[in-house]
Write a protein that binds this ligand. Structure first.
Ligand code: ADP
Ligand code: MG
Length: 312
């Protein structure tokens, strides 16, 4: 049976922490990602929503230090640039990995509210991690807000709630006609509507996990798969008592807390998808994509957990 699957593909899966952001290095990861996703894309309706945290941060830093510019490019423009580049890489790599169907990478816009409180409280990590002192220097020079991501410090930008994907009907139409779609990349270029109904780009990076959930609901997906660089959701993460959760229901999830900017948006995206659709969502490692789909790896979040299935 063909299942409609939305895949949220982590930006960190395309560039490991600490790696140099060279195109060639990212392309190698893109190939690995495409090979993991290809078997699913061959037999199901697949919509891929990729991240862009490391990539958009690099473009922002380049733009801020480009002597030819009077003013750096706004973040919405840079998100659109990353959609083009990563979408191109993924479309090519999926084809080369044997996906025989047509594949389309779209540049998409995500509607946000310009009065969203997120504009005054940045949470979204972009760019590389630095030692604390170096991050402070860069923050002074460029006017960044910075926050700790594990042991490193990174720039954080505003990440408002996505309300609607402007192109969602076109995305559905493409999926309905058997096309593999790459859309909502980097959360989509964030736009707000003015009183006359015109769209304008805003300075933000929307979380791609939330956009994947929203798109999943909009296109009638039966499954959300959040592919990242950890095997699943852990309790007591980062402590000797850490253990991976196999299955969690929405009631159990409501009593757990995860860090903003990393696992938090993934579990919240799954909660939104599962509560809106009643269908399951899975979080796990990119390399395990087919096993995650089969339910033999990762963490699956359901409306109600089957009593026979217990945590590890
Ligand atoms: P992506 O690029 O895939 O969105 P993120 O860095 O945003 O990746 O989120 C994945 C990271 O979340 C993991 O690499 C891990 O370090 C971190 N993390 C935080 N809390 C947890 C947890 N409870 N279980 C698993 N991973 C966690
Ligand atoms: Mg993330």
């Amino acid at each position: 049976m063909t299942v409609r699957i939305v895949i949220a593909l982590g930006g960190n899966a395309l560039l490991a922490r600490g790696e140099s952001p060279d195109a060639g290095i990212q392309l190698k990861h893109v190939r690995v990602a495409a090979e993991a996703i290809a078997p699913l894309a061959a037999s199901h309706d697949v919509l891929i929503c990729h991240g862009n945290g490391p990539q958009v941060g690099l473009l922002a830093l380049e733009s801020e230090t480009d002597p030819a510019l009077n003013c750096p490019y706004p973040l919405d423009d840079l998100v659109a640039q990353t959609q083009g580049m990563i979408g191109y890489w993924l479309a090519q790599a999926l084809r080369n990995a044997g996906v025989g169907k047509p594949i389309v990478a779209m540049v998409t816009q995500t509607l946000v509210d310009s009065a969203d409180p997120a504009f005054s409280a940045p949470t979204k990590f972009v760019g590389p991690g630095y030692p604390r002192e170096r991050a402070r220097e860069l923050a002074d020079v460029h006017g960044w807000t910075i926050a700790a991501d594990g042991g490193r410090w990174r720039r954080v930008v505003a990440s408002p709630e996505p309300h609607r994907i402007i192109e969602q009907h076109s995305i559905t139409a493409l999926l309905d006609s058997g096309i593999v779609v790459i859309a909502g990349g980097g959360g989509g270029a964030p736009v707000a509507e003015d009183t006359a109904g015109a769209l304008r780009g805003v300075e933000a990076v929307v979380d791609k996990d939330y956009v994947a959930a929203l798109l999943g609901i909009a296109v009638g997906a039966q499954r959300l798969m959040v592919l990242t660089d950890v095997a699943g959701v852990m309790i007591n993460y980062g402590t000797p008592q850490s253990a991976q959760l196999t299955e969690v229901d929405l009631h159990e999830l409501a009593n757990m807390q995860f860090p903003a900017g990393s696992m938090g948006p993934k579990t919240e995206a799954c909660r939104r998808f599962v509560s809106a659709t009643g269908k399951p969502a899975t979080i796990g490692a990119l390399d395990d994509a087919p096993a995650l789909f089969a339910g033999t790896a990762g963490t699956t979040i359901r409306l109600r957990r089957e009593p026979s299935r217990n945590r590890n």
